[in-house]
Design a protein around this ligand. Sequence first.
Ligand code: TK8
Length: 347
Amino acid sequence: MKKFLTVILLAVMVLALAACAEDKGDAGEKSAGSSKAEVKKIRAGLGLNDLHPQYKGLIKFKEIVEEKTDGQIIVETYHSGQLGDDRTMTEALQLGSQEVTIPSTAPLANFVPEFGIFDFPFLFPTVEVADEVLDGEVGKKILDKLESQNLVGLAYWENGYRDVTNSKQAIATAADFKGLKLRTMENELHLEAFRALGANPTPMAFTELFTALQQKTVDGQENPLATIYLQKYYEVQSHVSNTNHVYSPFVFLMSKSFYDDLTEEQQKIVKEAAIEAGIYERQLNREANETNLADLQTEGITYTEVTPEAREEMKQLVQPTIDKFTKKIGSEIVKEVYDAIEAASKK
Ligand code: TK8
């Protein structure tokens, strides 16, 4: 009996020791694999689909970051609003439940009012001037304001000059906007500007737009040609005009809490990658915009030209809106942007 008990006791001890060893083994693996546990993951979400240059730019960002950090930062990419729309994804970044998104500046004006300046109709005469101003001092100054919103703006990318499409009538002059139910981005200035043109605008998240056009909740919308073509709006729209009413930048946003947790070297890598991928995205976007009007016409959309005179009339109609928002946003910063545009235009 004694012998039997001793054997049992021994067996229990062996088992206990084994369990201890196993625990240790686990713990050991965890600390030995600390580099593995340290891998940081960026979930990056876009509203546009994976055919758009913006997604290709994001893939470029992923490649650069994963290579330069030796896999210490990995990037998971989502498109087509899989993680939400511009506003909800920006809010997710603020909360730290998502790390990257690249919204248009228009919805960002609800977070940092100064972005509203870029919604001023007919602000940038050319994309080259837009690049100079956005990548220059005043552009950076506005990006830096994101910090107070728990966001980090790493670079400007390009959405582009916006054009109006609709399913009702050709738009050649301001008078043609009359009564048109138009979806705008969630941005006050856009709403007022389109009201001033005579349209009947409704703000709506981009992710709801295709269905709204299809179900005729709205008659039309405005976006750059690349979006109109690649999101297949020609299936639900019959007219497009070169209104070119606003140049829409994108902002490469990162969650501030995530950014602050990166090492200095990693911060440098993500920043440089956002800039480099942005240069690539702008180039692809400009190439797309050159061919997409013809592509849209091939798909059966009717193109109507807005003459410079007709555009001038539109400009005059929206001027009171610009004046109002200049006061609202702050005439000083608005002047800084105008001065930068003037300087860049002379180059
Ligand atoms: C995509 C949006 C979109 C914008 C809009 O997330 O909402 O119309 O032009 O492209 O940023």
